[in-house]
Design a protein around this ligand. Structure first.
Ligand SMILES: C[S@@+](CC[C@H](N)C(=O)[O-])C[C@H]1O[C@@H](n2cnc3c(N)ncnc32)[C@H](O)[C@@H]1O
Length: 230
């Protein structure tokens, strides 16, 4: 079992959140919370745990963190009837497993996920996905304009590429559709070193009049945007 503990402090109290990538009993979770003084414990869904196992097979560590995956799950759960969801950058299917988790037993939806690397896409395809999931191998930049409109888009390609996809994803969002962009925290995973924002360029999207945006400054950092009706 893998256990991740994130610690942080605020002015008034400290917090610890726990993440488990295998199912363990409620009693065990409560024991750990007590012994570590943790206030929250997020149990990663089994399909996400299976995604971690696929990632280990090829030493891939660029999958979304549980806080981001859980948010995608929540946003996926809210897509309207007949909703369409697009993920850019499948990796080995960890983020996709979170999306599918949010949709539970729904069958009225379509989810497409694009990955440029056939090895990763192939590994993702080795998992069992509902019929309404389509894995596409190709370059997101070339494919996005031909895929139609979406209610929810998860933009999770490497940072240098994100800005080049902004136009395409905003155009592909249905009115009131939502966009989540991962890795918008320039400090994430880099200790205290200040990095230039380079390709992350969040300000460009934050100032775009076609969307309402919020910069979510936790975990790997995200931008959440809603497409405003014309
Ligand atoms: C951060 S990882 C994606 C992680 C995945 N969303 C998850 O949460 O498990 C970024 C992925 O984008 C893929 N990628 C890079 N360039 C791409 C492109 N032009 N089109 C589609 N995928 C691309 C990489 O091969 C890599 O697997």
């Amino acid at each position: 079992m893998e256990l991740t503990a994130n610690t942080g402090t605020s002015d008034t109290r400290s917090w610890v959140s726990l993440t488990f990538d295998h199912e363990i009993s409620t009693a065990e979770v409560e024991d750990m919370k007590r012994s570590l003084g943790a206030r929250t414990a997020l149990q990663v869904p089994p399909a996400v745990g299976a995604g971690y196992a696929r990632a280990r097979q090829i030493g891939f560590n660029k999958f979304c963190c549980p806080e981001v995956g859980a948010l995608m799950s929540v946003l996926a759960a809210a897509v309207p009837t007949g909703g369409r969801i697009l993920e850019l950058g499948t990796g080995v299917g960890v983020g996709l497993a979170w999306i599918v988790h949010g949709l539970r037993s729904r069958t009225d939806v379509e989810v497409a996920s694009i990955e440029i690397d056939p090895q990763k896409s192939g590994l993702a395809a080795s998992a069992r996905w509902p019929d309404w999931v389509t894995l596409v191998v190709g370059d997101a930049k070339e494919l996005v304009p031909s895929l139609g409109e979406f209610d929810l888009i998860f933009l999770d390609v490497p940072r240098g590429l994100k800005a080049s996809l902004f136009e395409g994803v905003i155009t592909a969002l249905r009115p009131r559709g939502q966009l989540l962009i991962d890795d918008m925290n320039p400090y994430w995973g880099k200790g205290k070193t200040r990095l230039p924002l380079d390709g992350r360029d969040p300000e460009r999207l934050l100032e775009d009049s076609r969307v309402a945006c919020a910069l979510l400054q936790y975990a790997s950092g995200m931008i959440l945007a809603s497409r405003l009706p014309d």
